[in-house]
Ligand binder design. Structure first.
Ligand code: NAP
Length: 496
């Protein structure tokens, strides 16, 4: 369908057409079908609260059907030539890129983020398909001689087997492609359970994969309103060999415990509480620009969102003032409006949760430089907020804010900054701003996080290993490491 040019408002007919084009069934065994007993699940537009459409709502019985389907397809897909697997991904990359405008609008409608950000996510999500189309032919093994010279050691990489992927609502397409891409490249089949709030992007993408030539049964997609009940019988079945999860730390811990019984492999991309360190020698203008990106990308609803701004006392006041000016100037509104920079939060409950964190900080003595309130309009909007003077025991120092709120704290010594940065159970990403190379590298080494943004406010990159330490989980997505999560290593000892 004709896309609106970026910058023009989207009309209601186009919105309806984009939603109507999405398959609303369960994908099982290569075809779309109704859920057990015809159950459906409503998908809402968070900027209006209106229902966009209904999709099939999978039950545990549907999950077991999907498991049968991916099991049946596993051997054939593993035996498919790596080049052929890569070419399916490459075609999917091309179709996704061609349909970027429709996919972006769909994402904005179901999730709320501004259209420009949805376009960014479609491009980012598609890059995982291109990256892993190239990695499919590079699952190398090794040949070596044992140290005593007596035997030869042949090492080979083989697909782990059928996998389960569970994804969150905040990046409805990219979190799916970041898992489906490497799994398919490695020769694994997969069941995808997208978030109940945002199944449409995943369903649209699954249809693209079929069009790209993915054989029947290799991928199953099961939107469901009963995540726990759906997943339980899958993890209880030892024929499922892996679960890869992106979401909250409590759910991740539960999945690891469930996977323990059958010792299924696990990859866990969990929550974050990113520190954003600004040293006295930083380029302050660039640090403020980086802070806007690290905080406001995805309306602050990102695991990588800067949660705690730790700024040297000599520049803290100026940093906070400039950041407040930038955030105050960001228009809040429906994501389909071209001027919007800040969309709604995913639900009213999420918005109220963000406000509770702000109220707690203010009750502890914090000052609101800008924002600090929910907008009194339909939907679930929260005003971009900057707080200063936040006490160390405020809840938002330890909990993920998941909203457009920037608390600014101060430090005086480098060691204090690192200690404050590390004083959280999480360890996904840290940001640091300095022009001193030695300070930068020493600090990067000392920070307890899987990723560090050095003078940059975004770390996500398909060619880099994305992932965390501590309560942010384990496993890496993207980079040369990404495909390894879906490969087992087998060694053959050979006496010649
Ligand atoms: P969530 O509540 O943990 O949900 C994530 C997914 O898990 C959804 O598909 C959800 O289904 C499903 N789920 C919920 N309970 C489950 C259970 N008992 N068994 C199996 N699956 C279950 O997280 P969220 O609030 O949607 O997402 C935000 C979280 O994700 C944040 O903590 C954020 O930091 C994290 N995140 C991490 C990364 C990363 O790469 N590290 C990236 C993005 C987001 P329903 O939708 O039906 O609830």
């Amino acid at each position: 369908m004709p896309a609106s040019a970026p910058g023009t408002p989207v009309d209601a007919a186009r919105e309806r057409a984009v939603v109507a084009a999405v398959p609303t069934g369960l994908l099982v065994g290569g075809s779309w079908r109704d859920a057990d007993r015809g159950a459906t699940l409503a998908v809402d537009d968070p900027s209006t609260g209106d229902v966009l459409t209904e999709v099939a709502d999978a039950s545990p019985a549907d999950a077991l059907d999907a498991l049968d389907a991916v099991l049946a397809a596993q051997a054939g897909w593993a035996a498919t030539a790596p080049r052929e697997r890569g070419e399916v991904l490459r075609r999917a990359f091309e179709i996704t890129t061609e349909r970027a405008e429709d996919l972006a609008l769909l994402m904005t409608l179901e999730m709320g983020k501004p259209l420009a950000e949805s376009r960014g996510e479609v491009a980012y999500g598609a890059e995982f398909l291109r990256w892993f189309s190239e990695e499919a032919v590079r699952a190398y093994g090794r040949w070596s001689t044992s140290p005593d010279g007596a035997t030869r050691l042949l090492t080979m990489k083989q697909p782990v087997g059928p996998c389960l992927a569970i994804t969150p609502w905040n990046f409805p397409l990219a979190m799916a492609t970041r898992k489906i891409g490497p799994a398919l490249a490695a020769g694994c089949t997969m069941i995808l359970k997208p978030a109940a709030q945002t199944p449409l992007s995943a369903l649209a993408f699954a249809d693209i994969l079929r069009e790209a030539g993915l054989p029947d049964g290799v991928l199953a997609v099961l939107p469901s309103s009963r995540a726990g009940a759906l997943v339980e019988p899958l993890l209880a079945d030892a024929r499922l060999r892996k679960v890869t999860f992106t979401g909250s730390t409590p759910v991740g811990k539960r999945l690891v415990a469930q996977a323990a019984d059958n010792l299924q492999r696990v990859s866990m991309e969990l929550g974050g509480n990113a520190p954003f360190l600004v040293f006295s020698d930083a380029d302050l203008e660039a640090a403020v620009e980086g802070a806007v990106l690290a905080k406001m990308r995805n309306i602050g609803e990102a695991c990588t969102a800067a949660n705690r701004f730790l700024v040297h006392e000599s520049v803290a006041e100026e940093f906070a003032r400039r950041l407040a000016e930038k955030l105050e100037a960001m228009p809040v509104g429906r994501g389909t409006e071209p001027s919007t920079k800040v969309g709604p939060l995913i639900t009213r409950q999420a918005r109220d949760g963000v406000h509770e964190l702000v109220a707690d900080a203010v009750a502890g003595g914090a000052t609101v430089l800008t924002g600090g309130e929910a907008l009194d309009v339909p939907g679930s909007f929260y005003s971009p907020t900057v707080l200063t003077g936040v006490r160390a025991d405020a809840r938002l120092q330890q909990e993920e804010i998941f909203g457009p709120v920037a608390p600014v704290m101060t430090f005086s010594e480098d060691a204090e900054a690192v200690s404050l940065a590390n004083s959280t159970e999480y360890g996904l990403v840290s940001y640091l701003w300095t022009r001193d190379v030695s300070r930068a590298l020493k600090t990067a080494e000392a920070l307890q996080s899987g990723m560090v943004g050095l003078n940059q406010g975004v770390v996500s990159n398909p060619a880099a290993p994305f992932g965390g330490v501590k309560a942010s989980g384990f496993g890496r997505e993207g980079g040369a490491e990404g495909i390894e999560e879906y490969l087992d290593t087998k060694y053959v000892g050979i006496r010649l």
